[in-house]
Design a protein around this ligand. Structure first.
Ligand SMILES: [Zn+2]
Length: 321
């Protein structure tokens, strides 16, 4: 009887010992899991003060230690996370955005991303990139991206005198833009508008003469305000045309004409964009030009029209490598 009781007691101790060991193992595993979690960026970012949504945004954008460590080694700043959610945010400019944000704390994150993408943190002509002409109808020419002296489009064609002023051969555009223009011209005519090309292809040398003329008579500042420097005029691409109408033959009368309104609303259907809109002067660096249209193809023109952005912004996000 006594042996049986002892045996029962021993079984009880063994059992209790096992429970204790299992308990310790579970405790140990949990502790180890907790330790592991504490090593993750998710935990560290939460500890650093970012909320769950912000942490998700950061982790969705970056998997490399360099960027993640950046967030941990700098003071918490929710605006930096907001940058990552901007529609046209580009990873390659991350540090530029952050530095620019620091210098311009009052700008919206949307403006920060836009300005850096299109180089507005620099003055016009302060940096000069060579235009990537291999992009063909999608090439960008502006006050940061310049064409070389010897760039001449290969497929220039003369505009018929039905659609342009001046002698035959004095107006030239690239064939692809001319064909699109003719489609647009016909559509406008159907609605009772008679479009006329006033200016089209201009060589580097032509532009140089125009610019230098202003420069020598009134100085560089004035020249820059009124004309593009040689190499930076879109007219050198053969893809830009200045359009007036038969009834409104100059800049002033054209801007308020029904033809200008028709072009603004319809040009994208034929692959043209209003290149220098009234509300984008700070981005394009050009005053409103209701007459200046640039051929970029229907898809891009439609995107730009529907999203109300400039070609500069489109180029930075979709075309520049
Ligand atoms: Zn023009």
């Amino acid at each position: 009887m006594a042996t049986r009781k002892r045996l029962k007691k021993q079984v009880y101790f063994v059992f209790a010992g096992l429970i204790l060991i299992i308990g310790l193992i579970i405790f140990g595993i949990n502790k180890y899991k907790e330790y592991q979690y504490h090593q993750t960026y998710e935990y560290k970012l939460l500890e650093h003060g970012y909320n769950e949504e912000e942490v998700t945004t950061i982790l969705d954008n970056f998997s490399d230690n360099e960027h993640l460590d950046y967030f941990l080694s700098n003071e918490k700043n929710s605006n930096i996370v907001k940058l990552l959610n901007e529609e046209y945010y580009l990873d390659k400019f991350f540090y530029e955005y952050v530095a620019y944000l620091e210098e311009n704390p009052d700008l919206s994150t949307e403006s920060i991303v836009r300005n850096i993408n299109v180089h507005l943190d620099k003055d016009f002509y302060e940096i000069e990139y060579e235009t990537n002409v291999s992009l063909d109808t999608q090439m960008l020419v502006n006050k940061y991206y310049l064409l070389s002296e010897d760039y001449v489009p290969e497929d220039l064609v003369s505009v018929s005198q039905t659609y342009s002023w001046g002698e035959l051969g004095s107006q030239k555009v690239r064939e692809v833009a001319y064909n699109a223009f003719l489609d647009m011209w016909n559509a406008a005519e159907q609605e009772g508008y008679y479009l006329m090309i006033n200016s089209s292809y201009r060589s580097y040398q032509d532009q140089e003469a125009v610019y230098n003329n202003y420069k020598s008579s009134s100085g560089q500042k004035y020249a820059d305000s009124i004309a593009a420097r040689p190499g930076s005029s879109e007219h050198q691409t053969g893809l830009a045309i200045d359009i007036f109408s038969k009834t409104n033959t100059n800049r002033n009368s054209f801007t308020d004409s029904p033809e200008a309104k028709w072009l603004e609303d319809n040009a994208h259907k034929y692959g043209f964009i209003l290149r220098y809109p009234e509300d984008k002067v700070d981005i394009t660096g050009y005053s409103y030009e209701s007459w200046h249209f640039r051929y970029v193809g229907e898809d891009i023109a439609t995107y730009i029209y529907e999203h109300d952005i400039t070609f500069e912004e489109y180029y930075a996000y979709f075309l520049e490598k």
